[in-house]
Design a protein around this ligand. Structure first.
Ligand SMILES: Cc1cc2nc3c(=O)[nH]c(=O)nc-3n(C[C@H](O)[C@H](O)[C@H](O)COP(=O)(O)O)c2cc1C
Length: 181
């Protein structure tokens, strides 16, 4: 069983990466193969809107996006993590999500094998964890369009290294996903 984490924070040792690392460590301790891909460090260019992917099976652009998709296709469980920047995900994650357009065909049928599980991690400073719920809900729709089964989300608040309960809640979400794989 394989679980991967995709994170989109420019802060390598920040909250999002800390939580997703702990989640993957927990999955690995139970025997999962794990891999962490840092979208903020990879070379992933913005979607060109050229529609090449509607007449071909893949994106026309040759960068690191294809290797991330290969990892997604070989994974059973996928964690997607982003800080909240101005009430929404980071530009690094949005850019990646736009490129996922190449993973649906002209009829909007997913090219990713069905049945993969996904869980979302968000990190923010606003104490109200539901503050940006309506903005973040659209990424649940993206997951649905790709044929992923959404296990849930956890919104962390503040410095997670100073608050063990934040890490515990993220790991609880990973365990929920792990138990379905
Ligand atoms: C450009 C920028 C915009 C931000 N916008 C918000 C925001 O709208 N709401 C919020 O609660 N926190 C906001 N924050 C705080 C981050 O979401 C928070 O520090 C988060 O934990 C950072 O995650 P990271 O450590 O994984 O990078 C913002 C931070 C930055 C740098």
């Amino acid at each position: 069983m394989k679980m991967i984490g995709l994170t989109a924070s420019p802060r390598a040792a920040g909250n999002t990466n800390t939580l997703v690392t702990k989640m993957l460590e927990d999955a690995a301790s139970k025997g999962a193969e794990t891999k962490h891909l840092d979208l903020a460090k990879l070379d992933i260019k913005p979607c060109k809107g050229c529609n090449y992917c509607k007449t071909h099976e893949e994106c026309v652009q040759k960068d690191d996006f294809a290797s991330v998709i290969a990892e997604i296709k070989s994974a059973d469980g996928i964690i997607i993590g982003s800080p909240v920047y101005f009430y929404d995900i980071t530009a690094q994650e949005k850019l990646f999500i736009d490129r996922l357009y190449s993973c649906v065909d002209a009829q909007f049928k997913s090219r990713i094998p069905a049945g993969k599980k996904v869980a979302f991690i968000y990190s923010q400073n606003t104490p109200n964890r539901a503050a940006f719920e309506s903005n973040l809900a659209k990424y649940d729709q993206v997951a649905g369009m790709l044929g992923f089964q959404n296990v849930g989300k956890f919104v962390s608040v503040g410095d997670v290294k100073a608050n063990p309960a934040e890490v515990e809640s993220a790991v609880a979400l990973e365990r929920k996903m792990f138990d379905t794989l």
